[in-house]
Design a binder for this molecule. Structure first.
Ligand SMILES: *Cc1c(COP(=O)(O)O)cnc(C)c1O
Length: 366
C-alpha cells in the first residue's frame, strides 16, 4: 500500500540533526519559553519577512489569539463579522466563534478552492471588521483586489497560513501579506514538528505584544497579569525541531512542486478534474482533484494499493458543532466537498510511487 503520508518517512532524513537538537534542549534544562523558542521565532520572522513571530501551542491557538488580541486592543468587539471561506477546515471558523465574533461564510472559487474575491463586497455589512483568508491546500488566497476591498471598508486581513508555509504572492511570503497570520506546525504541515506547535506573525508591534502576553497567562512580567490570558506556548523541544526543519522547507516545497508538475502533466483522464494553480508559488500542501463519483474513485485507488484522503468530507456549515447553519445552502462548497479527493504528495515519495499513482489515475474508467 502506498501510504497517503507517513510521518516517520518525512522526518527520517533529518533524524540525526533532530536528535542532536532535542538532546541540546534536554541538556539546557530550560524547557518553556527559552532560547530555542526565541531563536526559532527570529528565524521564522526572517523567513517570512515579517517583524514579529510569536510561538503558540498550535495553529488554532495562534488564530484564536490574534482575534482575542484585537479584542483586547479595542479593534474588534463581540458580534463583529468576519468573512471566511465556507469550505475551509473548521479550525479557521473555531478561532472566530471562540471569540464571540460572527463568521460570515463566503463561497470559494471552484477552480482555486479559495475564497471568491468577487463575492467579498456583497457580504460586507456595517458590522464587518475583518477578512480571514485561508491559503487552502497551499495556494495563496490573498490578492491586490482583496487588499483594495479591505482598505476601502477598513477591514483587517487575517491569514490562515496553516497549509501554506513558504507560498508567495508577488515576492512576499504568506504570513506577511495581511495584518496578522496564524501558522500551524502540526506534523503533516509543510513545516511540521514532532507534535503540536503554531505561531502568529504580524508587523504590528502592539498586536504582537498583546499576543505575547495572552499566550502566557496574560502576563508580560512573571506573576504580574494584565489580561485574562491562556497558556499556549510553543515549547523548547518543538522550537528546536522546527529550527532544523525550517532549513529544508524551501527544498521540500520545491520537491512538492516537482511532484505536482509531474501529476499535472502526466495524469490525463477526462473523468478527473485536476487542480489549476493560478501561479507557480503554490506549495502543494495537498494535491486535490475533483471527480464525479468520488467514493468510487477513492475505493478504486485503494484497490490499486494507493491510500488517498478526502479533504474534507463535511463542510463547516454541515457540522453538528454549527447546528444553526445546517439548513443553509452553499452550493459551490457542497459540490467541492462531494467531489474532492487528495492524491498522495509529499517530499518523501519515491519515483515508483509517483508513477504508480499516475498509472492508476490514467487507467480509471469510473
Ligand atoms: C491544520 C490547520 C489549522 C489548525 O492547526 P492546528 O495546529 O492543528 O491547531 C487551521 N487551519 C487550517 C486551514 C489547517 O489546515
Amino acid at each position: 500500500m502506498i501510504p497517503f503520508l507517513d510521518f516517520k518517512d518525512l522526518n527520517a532524513p533529518y533524524k540525526k540533526k533532530l536528535m542532536n537538537a532535542i538532546s541540546a534542549v534536554i541538556d539546557s534544562g530550560w524547557y518553556i519559553l527559552g532560547p530555542h523558542v526565541s531563536k526559532f521565532e527570529k528565524e521564522f520572522s526572517e523567513y517570512c519577512g515579517v517583524k514579529h513571530v510569536i510561538g503558540t501551542g498550535n495553529g488554532l491557538d495562534a488564530l484564536t489569539l490574534i482575534f482575542r488580541a484585537y479584542k483586547e486592543l479595542g479593534i474588534l468587539k463581540e458580534g463583529d463579522e468576519v468573512l471566511v471561506p465556507a469550505n475551509t477546515y473548521i479550525a479557521s471558523i473555531l478561532a472566530i466563534t471562540e471569540n464571540r465574533l460572527k463568521p460570515v461564510l463566503v463561497e470559494p472559487d471552484i477552480l482555486t478552492y479559495n475564497i471568491d474575491p468577487k463575492l467579498l463586497e456583497k457580504n460586507i455589512t456595517k458590522k464587518t471588521k475583518a477578512i480571514m483568508v485561508v491559503h487552502l491546500y497551499g495556494q495563496v488566497g490573498y490578492s491586490d483586489a482583496m487588499q483594495k476591498i479591505a482598505d476601502k471598508h477598513g477591514l483587517k486581513i487575517i491569514e490562515d497560513c496553516a497549509q501554506a508555509h513558504g507560498a508567495m504572492y508577488k515576492g512576499r511570503k504568506t504570513g506577511n501579506l495581511g495584518d496578522a497570520a496564524g501558522f500551524s506546525f502540526y506534523p503533516s504541515k509543510n513545516l511540521g514538528g514532532l507534535g503540536d506547535g503554531g505561531a502568529a506573525t504580524t508587523n504590528d508591534a502592539k498586536l504582537a505584544d498583546m499576543i505575547r502576553a495572552l499566550r502566557n497567562y496574560g502576563s508580560h512580567k512573571k506573576y504580574y497579569n494584565q489580561y485574562q490570558g491562556v497558556n499556549s506556548r510553543l515549547d523548547e523541544l518543538q522550537a528546536a525541531v522546527l529550527s532544523v526543519k525550517l532549513q529544508y522547507l524551501d527544498k521540500e516545497n520545491k520537491q512538492r512542486r516537482a511532484i505536482a508538475k509531474t501529476y499535472l502533466t502526466k495524469i490525463k483522464n477526462p473523468k478527473l478534474a485536476l487542480p489549476q494553480p493560478s501561479d507557480l508559488s503554490h506549495v502543494w500542501h495537498l494535491f486535490v482533484l475533483r471527480t464525479k463519483n468520488r467514493d468510487t474513485f477513492h475505493q478504486y485507488l485503494r484497490d490499486c494499493g494507493i491510500d488517498s484522503v478526502i479533504h474534507y468530507p463535511l463542510p463547516p456549515h454541515k457540522q453538528e458543532a454549527y447546528k444553526e447553519w445546517n439548513k443553509k445552502i452553499y452550493p459551490i462548497t457542497e459540490e467541492i466537498h462531494a467531489t474532492v479527493n487528495s492524491l498522495p504528495l509529499h517530499p518523501a515519495m519515491t519515483k515508483a510511487h509517483i508513477n504508480k499513482v499516475i498509472k492508476a489515475c490514467n487507467s480509471y474508467v469510473g
